[in-house]
Design a protein around this ligand. Structure first.
Ligand code: NAP
Length: 555
C-alpha cells in the first residue's frame, strides 16, 4: 500500500480561473470517492476530487443526528481492499455509531493521504463532454474549471436531503433541523418540546435517542416502518482477533452473498417447514437480532404469503412491547410487505413510546396540515414545539446526478436521458456519455446491498475499463444502446418478481413529487451483479463502443 505522491489539487484559498488539466476527475468524498482517489492514484493517474462537505465521509459527514449508527455489522461495513487497514483498525462495536465511523474514515484518509487530492466545500455545478477534445469539462461553484478524459460520479444514492411537502416549513420560528444536515455541535434537548417528522431508518434512530432526553417528544408518523432489535454489543478483543485472522474468508463470503455481508443466508423456503418450526426460527432470529430475520427464509421477497406471516410475527412483537394499545396499533405497519420498505434496526424504539413524555401523532388518521410559526398543525390541532427535526429522507438514487448539469454527446443531459427513470449499463455507465462512470448507480444493487462492497467493486470495474482503453490505445468507452436496453431488461425482469415494488418508498421514487415511479435497482443480489459486470472484460467489451484518440484519427 503506497502512500501519496505529490498532491495534484490546487489550494482551496487560491482558485485558478484557467482550466486545469487532469487525467481523471472524481465527484464525491464518501466511501466510493475515497477509494476511487486511492485506486486511480495507484494507477498513476493525475486526479482531482471534489466534495461539497467540509471533509471526507459522505453521508457520515452530514448525518450527525443523535443516534446515527450503521445497521450493517461494522466488520462488513468497512473497506476490504487493504489488508493493512483491516489489521490496523479495530472496531469497538458490532454496529458502529457515526462518530466511530467518522474516526474510521479519518483513519483511512490519513493512512492513505487522501485529503490533499480533494477540494472540500466545493460543489460541482456542471460536467460537460467536449466531443472535439474528448474531455470532460467540470465547473465548480468556486469558479474553477477542470478538464480530464475520465470523470467518476461517486455522488452516492443518498446525498440530496428532502424537505417534506408540507406548507409553511420556512415559517417555523423555533429551531429547524434536518437529520442529513445536522450541526457539528451537540443539540441540547433538555426540557425542550421536540417534534420529529419521519419514521424511516433515520427517524427511528432519532426517536429512541432523543425521547429520553427531551422534555416532550412528539413523533409525527405517516407510514410506520418495521424495525427489529439490533442487539448491538461491544466487540471483545478475542472476537476482533479472530476476525482479523479471518478477514480474507469474511470478505469472500460477503462478495459471494446477496447483500454484500457475511450474515448467513438460508436457502429454505418458508412453507417448507412446519408452522411450529417457523415460529422457532423466527423467535431465534428475533433473539439473534440484526437482519437475521431477512436471512431466515429464502423466499420472503417473492412469496407474499410467507412475507405476511413474518410481518405478522413482528407486529405481534410490537404489541408485546408497547403498553398503550392504541399507540401499539398505530405503530404496526400494515398494507405493504415487510422488507419492501428499508428494514430498520433499533435498540429501544418501541420501548421509547412507553415513556410518559413521548407521544405518537398518527398522521394517517390525523394528517399534518401545515407547519406554523409555533410548531406543527394537524387536523386535530396545533402542537407547539421548540425544536422540529425533519427526518424526511432524500431524493434518493438519482437525486445527486440530476441536481446539476451533466451533459453528454449532442448536448443531451442526464436529466433528459432519465426523464422517465434512470437507465444505464450496470449502474456504471451511460450510453451517450463517454468515459463518464458512476459508483453505486441507480441500476445496480445500490441501496439493496452493502454500499462499501459495491463501491469497491464499481471502482475496480472502472479501473479495468480505463486499463483496457490505455492498453488498446483507445480514447473513449461507452455502452451501446443495445447493451443498455439489455441491462435494463434484466433489471426490470427481476424487479417484477420482487415484493419491493409493493411499497411506496424512496426505493421506488415514491417520496418525491413528480419523480418517475418504479424499482430501478438490480434486485438479483450482489454476487449476480458481479457476475454480470465481469462479462465485458472477459469478452473484450463486446457490448461497448470505443473511439480512437483524436491524434490517431488525424494521423
Ligand atoms: P426515509 O426512509 O425516506 O423516511 C422518510 C420519512 O419521512 C418517512 O417516514 C416518510 O413518511 C416521512 N415523511 C416525508 N414527508 C412527510 C410528510 N410530508 N409528512 C409526514 N411524514 C413525511 O428516509 P430516512 O429515514 O432518512 O432513510 C433513508 C435511507 O437512509 C434509509 O432507507 C437507509 O438506506 C439510510 N439510512 C441508514 C441508516 C443506518 O444504516 N442505520 C440510518 C439512517 C438512514 P412516508 O413513508 O409516509 O412518506
Amino acid at each position: 500500500m503506497a502512500l501519496a505522491s505529490t498532491p495534484s489539487s490546487s489550494s482551496p484559498q487560491s482558485p485558478s480561473t484557467s482550466p486545469q488539466r487532469r487525467d481523471i476527475l472524481i465527484v464525491g468524498g464518501g466511501f466510493g470517492g475515497m477509494y476511487a482517489v486511492y485506486k486511480f492514484r495507484e494507477m498513476g493517474l493525475q486526479l482531482q476530487a471534489f466534495e461539497a462537505g467540509g471533509d471526507v465521509g459522505g453521508v457520515w459527514y452530514w448525518n450527525r443526528y443523535p443516534g446515527a449508527r450503521v445497521d450493517l455489522p461494522s466488520i462488513d461495513y468497512s473497506y476490504s481492499f487493504s489488508p493493512e487497514i483491516e489489521q490496523e483498525w479495530t472496531w469497538s462495536e458490532q454496529f458502529a455509531a457515526q462518530p466511530e465511523l467518522l474516526r474510521y474514515i479519518d483513519f483511512v484518509a490519513k493512512r492513505l493521504d487522501l485529503r490533499p487530492h480533494f477540494q472540500f466545500n466545493t460543489r460541482v455545478t456542471s460536467a460537460t463532454w467536449d466531443e472535439s477534445r474528448q474531455l470532460w469539462v467540470v465547473k465548480t461553484d468556486r469558479g474553477e474549471t477542470y478538464e480530464a478524459p475520465y470523470c467518476v460520479m461517486a455522488t452516492g444514492p443518498l446525498s440530496i436531503p428532502k424537505e417534506p411537502d408540507i406548507p409553511g416549513v420556512k415559517r417555523f420560528k423555533g429551531r429547524l433541523l434536518h437529520s442529513a444536515r445536522w450541526p457539528h455541535e451537540p443539540v441540547d434537548f433538555t426540557g425542550k418540546r421536540v417534534g420529529v417528522i419521519g419514521t424511516g431508518s433515520t427517524g427511528i434512530q432519532v426517536v429512541q435517542d432523543v425521547g429520553p432526553q427531551a422534555g416532550e417528544l412528539f413523533v409525527f408518523q405517516r407510514t410506520p416502518s418495521f424495525t427489529m432489535p439490533m442487539r448491538n454489543e461491544t466487540l471483545t478483543p478475542e472476537y476482533v482477533d479472530e476476525v482479523k485472522r479471518n478477514y480474507a474468508g469474511i470478505r469472500e463470503i460477503a462478495r459471494s452473498s446477496t447483500v454484500g455481508g457475511s450474515r448467513p443466508q438460508s436457502t429454505r423456503a418458508f412453507f417448507s417447514v412446519t408452522p411450529n418450526q417457523r415460529r422457532v426460527l423466527l423467535e431465534d432470529a428475533w433473539k439473534q437480532g440484526g437482519l437475521s430475520m431477512l436471512g431466515t427464509f429464502a423466499d420472503l421477497m417473492v412469496n407474499a404469503e410467507a412475507n405476511e406471516h413474518v410481518a405478522e410475527f413482528v407486529r405481534g412483537k410490537i404489541g408485546e412491547v408497547v403498553k398503550d394499545p392504541k399507540t401499539a396499533e398505530a405503530l404496526k405497519p400494515k398494507g405493504y410487505p415487510i422488507f419492501a420498505r428499508r428494514p430498520c434496526l433499533d435498540t429501544s424504539y418501541y420501548e421509547t413510546y412507553n415513556l410518559p413524555n413521548v407521544h405518537l401523532v398518527d398522521c394517517i388518521t390525523d394528517p399534518i396540515v401545515e407547519i406554523t410559526e409555533k410548531g406543527v398543525r394537524n387536523e386535530s390541532g396545533e402542537t407547539e414545539l421548540d425544536i422540529l427535526i425533519l427526518a424526511t429522507g432524500y431524493d434518493g438514487l438519482t437525486g445527486a446526478m440530476m441536481a446539476f448539469d451533466v451533459t453528454g454527446r449532442d448536448g443531451r443531459t442526464v436529466r433528459q436521458k432519465w426523464q422517465d427513470g434512470p437507465r444505464s449499463t450496470f449502474g456504471l455507465m451511460l450510453e451517450g456519455f463517454p468515459n463518464l462512470f458512476m459508483t453505486t448507480g441507480p441500476n445496480g444493487p445500490s441501496a439493496l446491498a452493502n454500499i462499501i462492497r459495491i463501491s469497491e467493486h464499481d471502482v475496480d470495474w472502472i479501473a479495468d475499463a480505463i486499463t483496457h482503453l490505455k492498453k488498446n490505445g483507445l480514447a473513449t468507452i461507452e455502452p451501446t444502446v443495445q447493451a443498455e436496453d439489455a441491462w435494463m431488461e434484466i433489471v426490470r425482469g427481476i424487479a417484477q418478481r420482487s415484493l419491493i415494488n409493493k411499497a411506496k418508498t424512496w426505493w421506488v421514487g415514491a417520496n418525491v413529487k413528480d419523480k418517475p415511479q418504479g424499482l430501478t435497482m438490480f434486485t438479483g443480489g450482489f454476487l449476480k451483479y458481479r457476475e454480470y459486470c465481469a462479462v465485458p472484460s472477459a469478452n473484450g467489451y463486446r457490448d461497448f463502443q470505443f473511439e480512437p484518440q483524436m491524434e490517431a484519427v488525424a494521423a
